[in-house]
Design a protein around this ligand. Structure first.
Ligand code: ADP
Ligand code: MG
Length: 227
């Protein structure tokens, strides 16, 4: 498994007591597999992604990324693990306003200490894969919402992550563009053999995903087949 969450419980402080955001959650995502996570607002979807991304340490349970158990890792070790193994796509594309689409991607390679010459080629290849190669020289304000989200996805793939975590990528897009973004993520997951978790509250896009899991009040249940 490229990503395993095993018996994860996560609580947040809530006045005098604690709120249980994730309640004994177990989820395994194989290489090249896309699991969609659906559930109402407040059910724990973003918390699940934050734990999988090693951004939040759960109260109990184990997160394993690409066969490495993350329990007991130092902050520096986790930062390196995230940089090298995990691609994260948040709801809003937080692109840097001054940089072109190609530069947004090249910066990721530079942070990881990779060769700038190779980074340019890889950036162009990925922008092409997500269908915005013609916009490589444009800055975020010169791109449409759908194009920005595509650049955001390409950026998350720049360092060839083993795991891709995507939080509601279609919330700012109309139905057609939303469906295209989910199709794109599905295709890249299969092509690049990534383990992907895609969070969404909109089930209508989920026609081609490998598996759907539902979260309710922090409990996760695997649904049998895509709907
Ligand atoms: P979703 O992404 O499904 O909307 P979240 O994971 O954001 O759900 O939230 C799950 C529950 O945890 C909600 O009740 C939310 O209010 C609570 N919560 C989320 N983040 C925090 C936080 N940083 N501190 C306290 N409570 C939080
Ligand atoms: Mg959320």
């Amino acid at each position: 498994m490229s990503l395993s969450l095993t018996d994860i419980t996560l609580t947040y402080p809530d006045g005098d007591s604690r709120l249980t955001a994730l309640d004994h959650v177990t989820l395994d995502v194989p290489k090249g597999g896309l699991t969609a996570v659906v559930g109402p607002s407040g059910s724990g979807k973003s918390s699940l992604l934050a734990v999988a991304a090693t951004l939040i340490t759960p109260d109990a349970g184990t997160v394993t990324i690409d066969s490495t158990a993350t329990t007991g890792m130092t902050r520096d070790e986790l930062t390196r693990l995230r940089r090298d193994k995990i691609g994260i796509v948040f709801q809003q594309p937080n692109l840097l306003p001054a940089l072109t689409a190609a530069e947004q991607l090249q910066v990721m390679a530079r942070i990881a200490g990779r060769s700038p010459a190779k980074a340019h080629g890889r950036a162009m290849e990925l922008l092409d894969a997500v269908g915005v190669a013609a916009q490589a020289g444009r800055r975020p304000h010169q791109l449409s919402g759908g194009q920005r989200q595509r650049v955001n996805i390409a950026r998350a793939l720049m360092n060839s992550p083993a795991v891709l975590l995507v939080d509601e990528p279609t919330s700012a897009l109309d139905h057609e563009r939303g469906a295209a973004v989910v199709d794109l993520i599905t295709r890249l997951t299969h092509q690049q053999a990534i383990a992907t978790v895609l969070v969404t509250h909109d089930r209508t896009h989920l026609t081609a995903v490998d598996r759907i899991a539902e979260v309710h009040d922090g409990r996760l249940r695997l649904a049998t087949a895509p709907c």
